[in-house]
Ligand binder design. Structure first.
Ligand code: RAT
Ligand code: ZN
Length: 421
């Protein structure tokens, strides 16, 4: 039977745009924290301006030394970036135009270009209220944090202050050092009382598993997460493969949680830029293929950083249902890449993907990252529905809503095998 609710292409596009813009989101990878974590939750104008994406862009216009920049106060750094990227040049990059979107949606007068006014306005807000305002504006219902037990400040919140108490936030256990800097991980684990050594002994393996299990339980972690360099090879006769095969995958299986791999970062290609000095790097998709094949019962959430890897990764997800690809990560979180990636992902996988995560480091960024992405995802879907209409397959508003529910939150929770929060 034909569903006749949507009459024509113009009406169809309007409905799709509305649902793309309004369906609630679960943001499944961020660097945001609930207020329980106090200073870890960054917010406000100076944090926004000193976002590492903007720091690297501002150095394009600067001849000052990196040291001179890092010696400034945060406010001075923010002033310098404002001048370079917003006053001396037009803020047309994704990250810079994002700040304009934020200011405007927060009700500030963007035409005044008055940084002091923005500073005063945001500094006068209270954090809890701002969190509510931002989540409401961005229509983000749930936020997954990035939680690292080796971070002393964060660890203290989990161990001594009851951890996260905000039901809108969930944890993800981040395990980068265990895979990418084992000597450092050994030092940290020892300090925490685990009996480990650099040699991969029976006892070390058991203690790493104990560490992972204890923290998954303590945080109620939704998944285990790591970002990997592009030269990650699996399987291999190396520490990473042993760690994955003998500790991480067994523990994930025991707790029934996915393993999230973000692959393709080359850390610190320009150390002077600190956090802003990382680069992207081609990766070998066969590592993910081998993991998915070897562990058909283990779920893998995967995103990659190089544009060149995206198509192959999407094809791989056609072959393995235990692989969920997610997000347009970091340097790919720009309009043209989100559009390209969303298009071929939908063309290859229908709606069985998680099209975006925000990777926000500063609270108010949720506003622009989601607004920008929602409009692109909406545009892509509208084109696909319009094509179906052209052939006489009339999608209903309910079906469109179902699809956005899948894309924006339900695919994630279903993949976890959990009730949505
Ligand atoms: O996107 C970013 O802000 C990066 O600096 C990284 O945090 C990356 O997303 C990661 O989680 O490793
Ligand atoms: Zn991240």
């Amino acid at each position: 039977m034909k569903a006749q609710t949507i009459q024509n292409a113009a009406e169809l596009r309007k409905i799709v745009e509305r649902l793309a813009a309004s369906t609630p989101v679960t943001d499944m990878h961020t660097h945001l924290y609930s207020v329980d974590f106090e200073d870890s939750l960054l917010w406000g104008i100076d944090e926004l301006l000193t976002y590492h994406y903007l720091i690297s862009e501002s150095f394009r216009w600067s001849e000052d030394s990196y040291e001179a920049f890092w010696a400034m106060t945060k406010r001075e750094q923010a002033d310098a970036i404002w001048k370079k990227l917003f006053v001396d040049h037009s803020p047309v990059s994704e990250a810079a135009s994002g700040l304009i979107t934020i200011l405007d949606r927060l009700g500030l007068d963007v035409s005044s270009r008055n940084l002091e006014e923005y500073r005063r306005n945001l500094a006068g807000r209270d954090l809890r209220g701002q969190l509510d305002t931002v989540m409401k504006l961005a229509k983000v219902e749930h936020i997954v944090m990035t939680n690292d037990p080796f971070d002393a400040a964060e660890r203290a919140v989990w161990l001594d202050r009851g951890g996260n108490t905000d039901p809108r936030f969930s944890a993800a256990l981040r395990v980068d050092a265990l895979l990418n800097n084992w000597p450092q991980a050994v030092r940290e684990l020892k300090q925490l009382g685990y009996r480990v050594e650099e040699a991969w002994t029976e006892e070390t393996r058991g203690e790493v598993r104990r560490f992972l299990s204890e923290w998954i339980r303590r945080m109620d972690a939704l998944y285990l997460a790591v970002s990997m360099p592009g030269d990650f090879v699996y399987p291999s006769d190396d520490h990473r493969s042993r760690m994955i095969d003998e500790a991480m995958v067994p523990v994930c299986r025991e707790h029934g949680i996915p393993f999230a791999l973000m692959i393709g970062v080359r850390r610190s290609v320009n150390p002077g830029l600190r956090l802003a000095g990382d680069m992207s790097m081609h990766s070998d998709v066969t590592a993910v293929e081998a993991l998915c094949r070897r562990y058909p019962d283990q779920k893998f959430l995967v995103t990659m950083l190089a544009r060149e890897n995206q198509h192959e990764l999407a094809v791989l997800a056609r072959k393995f249902r235990n692989l969920m690809i997610f997000g347009c990560w970091w340097f790919l979180h720009v309009e043209s890449m989100v559009e390209e990636m969303t298009r071929f992902r939908v063309e290859l996988l229908g709606t069985s993907v998680i099209p975006q995560h925000s990777d926000c480091r500063v609270l108010e960024q949720l506003i622009y990252k989601w607004e920008h992405s929602r409009s692109i995802i909406g545009r892509v879907l509208a084109d696909k529905y319009e094509k179906l209409h052209g052939s006489g397959w009339y999608v209903t508003e309910e079906e469109i809503q179902r699809d956005f529910d899948d894309l924006y939150h339900r695919n994630f929770w279903r993949f976890l095998g959990r009730e949505a929060r």
